[in-house]
Design a protein around this ligand. Structure first.
Ligand code: NAI
Length: 302
């Protein structure tokens, strides 16, 4: 279809190999999306431990796709064979698309984009999965902002159909077209959005997450709250979603919204998240958040 500001006939570039920087929750989930589209993926992180963890998460995600009947077991094994891991940026040199999913900190992301821009081939699309940071500031750090775009996935990335494609001030039409093409390769619903904290989906969801926090503070049990929203038709309630995304990630995100004056400067907003974090409860990643989790780190305990 037509995309505003993109001349008709602008072609996207071919994608034959994908790089992903950051092998955490999102990086591993995004890897599954491309592997499942029969695309070779290079996953980069700083340590072998992080890469091993990423590999395990990829394996678990494929197992859950097989269990749900979405994928055959032998196909799943074949796809996992397309994954390589590295801690050297030089191994990203032949990737047509590289997606960054490191910690939600501007300084870390800017350093990553500086390093990436040095090795990525001309015309490669350099994407960030940031949920709240300024895509233009990340693009500037790369020194090649025309190649930079936001590709904002939703957790779990290998299940959620939405992909926000964030157009920066200097994103070139060809980069945008390639990003849209990437969304079709992995069978996501790609939606082009502007560059602002929260983009479109999280900005809307924030209203509902905020009311949920308020209700919990007033004494409503998180499980009951989540049950109401799932019965209404959402796949997951706000408390379970916060735990899955990580309450630390949510706290950074709220700071970004506050700095951009998109939420009122009222300490009540995010109070529940802060209280849980102070108690060491970061969500699934630390074994507890709004809920306590069992040995698998995923199943809420009564
Ligand atoms: P995470 O903490 O699970 O993973 C981050 C990974 O990045 C870790 O494996 C870490 O070792 C690695 N890393 C950190 N600095 C690095 C560097 N300089 N070079 C290479 N690797 C580095 O975090 P998560 O949740 O996967 O978030 C990643 C990004 O995705 C953040 O920007 C976050 O805002 C965004 N995001 C998160 C969502 C969520 O639901 N958690 C949803 C959508 C976006």
């Amino acid at each position: 279809g037509q995309v505003r500001g993109v001349p008709p006939g602008t072609l996207g570039r071919e994608i034959r190999k994908v790089g992903i920087i950051g092998a955490g929750l999102m990086g591993s989930g995004i890897a599954v999306c491309f592997l499942g589209a029969n695309m070779p993926v290079v996953l980069l992180d700083q340590s072998n431990e992080a890469l091993e963890k990423g590999r395990r998460e990829v394996g678990k995600a494929f197992a859950s796709l097989v269990k749900r009947g979405i994928l055959w077991d032998d196909l799943s094994r074949g796809y996992q064979g397309l994954l390589t891991t590295t801690s050297h940026y030089a191994d990203l040199a032949d990737c047509d698309l590289v997606i960054e999913a490191v910690f939600e900190r501007m300084d870390v992301k800017q350093t990553v984009f500086r390093q990436l821009a040095e090795v990525a081939k001309p015309g490669a699309v350099l994407a960030t999965n940031t949920s709240g940071l300024d895509v233009d500031a990340i693009a500037q750090a790369s020194g090649r902002p025309a190649d930079v775009v936001g590709l904002h996935f939703f957790s779990p990335a290998f299940m959620m159909p939405l992909l926000e494609i964030v157009r920066g001030r200097q994103t070139s039409p060809a980069t945008l077209r390639t990003a849209i093409f990437a969304s079709t390769v992995i069978r996501k619903t790609g939606v082009v959005v502007g560059n602002c904290p929260g983009f479109a989906a999280n900005r809307m969801l924030e209203g509902y997450a905020r009311e949920a926090e308020r209700l919990v503070l007033q004494g409503v049990d998180p499980e009951r709250l989540d049950r109401v929203i799932t019965a209404y038709g959402f796949p997951m309630g706000p408390c379970a979603m916060g735990d899955m995304a990580g309450l630390d990630v949510r706290a950074y995100y709220l700071d970004a919204l506050r700095a951009a004056r998109l939420i009122p400067d009222d300490p009540a907003y995010g109070a529940m998240t802060r209280a849980l974090l102070q108690a060491g409860r970061k969500g699934q990643k630390s074994g507890s958040g709004n809920y306590d989790y069992g040995a698998d780190g995923r199943t809420p305990q009564p």
